[in-house]
Design a protein around this ligand. Structure first.
Ligand code: CMC
Length: 434
């Protein structure tokens, strides 16, 4: 970041002295006003619930232009990475290291990740403590957090080698844990990873094969899963990433930080939206019911939202949603499900919403979650696991952001302040006087 020649001046109508604040320029995107001296100079905080106007860090990983509907990982457009940027592990390498790998670097990276796909054997006993009908996200919060009790040799966040090893472990073990959560929920034996398969093919093997029957991987479906993972890999300072950074700012270990990110992702306004969007489509049921549903969405008292629509940053079509719709089409075609009623319903709903004044005036467009549920369902992934797949994919983004934060010299423990509106100091009355 560079200093701008322009400065911001904050003046007060009560005659208090004005405060001049520096402005910094990034490489692209909005400039920021440095308000760090504000409290020291004026005794006042800024007030910004929901971080509507607050940049909490500087970052060189992911850039979103919400007005244009553009998403860049390390400068590369998501469309190029998803269509001809290689597989998910190339995207992982890019996010972690800043550049796409050469052929040799990729070979080494794939070998390193592959070397860490198994989880400690004791983990399966940890799994057995959960009810079989537990939500996979709660299982993932627990088991990912528990990794810290198994891998003591990579917990020193001040040691770059430890950081590297824990990053690789998390990326390598997430598919194993997500598949274990699924197998546990349906009462099937856990399936060990197969290191001769690609990252996505191995995940499908752990999900769908059994000791009595191998799973035949289908290239189109493996590519579709890989694309889902690439599209969800990072998304700058969203709620779960900010959670990971905030947890990490206290010096917590990476497994604990990623568990915190998974907990945040679970919410329906964030990663839980893919599950909610599919349930919504199932509830609407048929194209004939769309007008009634849209009327409910527009009625502010109903509490009904069009799930998979709207975004804090995108005020245009989410570029990931376009790619997801394409993938949806390819997968359904491959499986002979081109007449899938939910896909038809989703397209009709999208069309009607995009022409409706309510959505147009609020710049509400489909986001990545609108179509991802339909693709995942077609791949055989159960609805309850959709957000777990999102967590699997986002782990690399969280870990890249966590690593960036740890090595940022400006990093401090995150400590937001507040506008206190409660009772001022008072004396505790005796119980008979209350
Ligand atoms: N359906 C109906 N109305 C909506 C929707 C929606 N999906 N999204 C926003 N609005 C309305 C909202 O009621 C408000 O209207 P008004 O100005 O009349 O009060 C206006 O649009 C602005 O919305 P907001 O709530 O101020 O926007 P936000 O930036 O705080 O919320 C959001 C963003 C993603 C939480 C929200 O759009 C939403 O809840 N969408 C549905 C859930 C969803 O699909 N989430 C996935 C996001 S993408 C993947 C991810 O990040 O995990």
């Amino acid at each position: 970041m560079t200093n701008s020649e322009t400065k911001a001046t904050l003046s007060f109508s009560d005659g208090s002295p004005a405060l001049e604040m520096p402005i910094y320029k990034g490489s692209i995107g909005p400039d920021v006003i440095d308000i760090r001296k504000l409290y020291g100079s004026t005794g006042m905080f800024t007030y910004d619930p929901g971080f509507m106007s607050t940049a909490a860090c500087n970052s060189s990983i992911t850039y979103i232009d919400g007005d244009k509907g553009e998403l860049l990982y390390r400068g590369y457009p998501i469309e190029q990475l998803a269509v001809n940027g290689g597989d998910f592990l190339e995207t992982c390498y890019l996010l972690l290291n800043g550049e796409l790998p050469t052929a040799d670097q990729k070979k080494e990276f794939v070998a390193t990740v592959t070397n860490h796909t198994m989880v400690h054997e004791q983990m399966q006993f940890f799994f057995r403590g959960f009810r079989r009908d537990a939500h996979p996200m709660s299982v993932l919060v627990g088991t990912v957090g528990a990794l810290a009790s198994f891998y003591h040799d990579s917990l020193d966040i001040n040691d770059p080698h430890h950081r590297e090893v824990s990053a690789i472990r998390l990326i390598a073990k997430m598919p194993t844990l997500v598949a274990m959560a699924y197998k546990y929920s349906i009462g099937q034996p856990f399936v060990y990873p197969r290191n001769d398969l690609s990252y996505s093919a191995n995940f499908m093997h752990m999900m769908f094969s059994t000791p009595c029957e191998p799973y035949k991987t289908n290239e189109v479906l493996v590519r579709a899963l890989d694309r889902i993972l690439i599209l969800h890999a990072d998304h700058e300072q969203n709620a779960s990433t900010s959670t990971v950074r905030l947890a990490g700012s206290s010096g917590a270990n990476p497994f604990a930080c990623i568990a915190a990110g998974i907990a945040c992702l679970w919410g329906p306004a964030h990663g839980g939206a893919n599950e909610a969007a599919l349930s919504m489509l199932e509830e609407i049921g048929s194209v004939d019911n769309i007008p009634e549903f849209i009327a409910q969405v527009k009625d502010k008292n109903s509490g009904v939202k069009l799930m998979g629509f709207g975004h804090r940053v995108y005020k245009n079509y989410d570029p990931r949603a376009k790619l997801m719709r394409e993938t949806c089409y390819e997968v359904l075609q491959e499986l002979g499900l081109q007449d899938d009623p939910l896909f038809k319903l989703a397209m009709a709903l999208e069309k009607i919403a995009l022409e409706d004044e309510y959505f147009v005036s609020r710049k509400l467009y489909p986001n990545v979650d609108f179509y991802s549920g339909i693709v995942q369902r077609a791949l055989g992934i159960p609805t309850a696991l959709f957000t777990g797949i999102f967590a699997l994919a986002r782990t690399v983004g969280w870990i890249a952001q966590w690593k960036e934060m740890i090595s940022d010299p400006e990093q401090k423990i995150g400590r937001p302040r507040q506008l206190f509106v409660g009772a001022p100091k008072r004396d505790v009355p005796a119980i008979d006087k209350r």
